[in-house]
Design a protein around this ligand. Structure first.
Ligand code: SF4
Length: 60
């Protein structure tokens, strides 16, 4: 399964991905961190990526 990755050079810490996928992303020091690589089954990670205003979320 593809896992989400946040580009910290691009992330502006808006928190949108954390709202959409709280088990996958966490805000720390104004950046989103992936805390649950395998938790995309609990939410819609693609939607979280699509909602990111700066397209900082990719999948590997
Ligand atoms: S939605 Fe994008 S810009 Fe906002 S916190 Fe998440 S990764 Fe960062």
């Amino acid at each position: 399964m593809a896992t989400p990755v946040v580009d910290h050079d691009v992330c502006i810490g808006c928190g949108s991905c954390v709202e959409t996928c709280p088990e996958v992303f966490e805000l720390r020091d104004d950046k989103a961190w992936v805390i649950g690589h395998d938790k995309c089954n609990t939410c819609d990670c693609e939607e979280a990526a699509n909602l990111c205003p700066v397209e900082a979320i990719k999948f590997e």
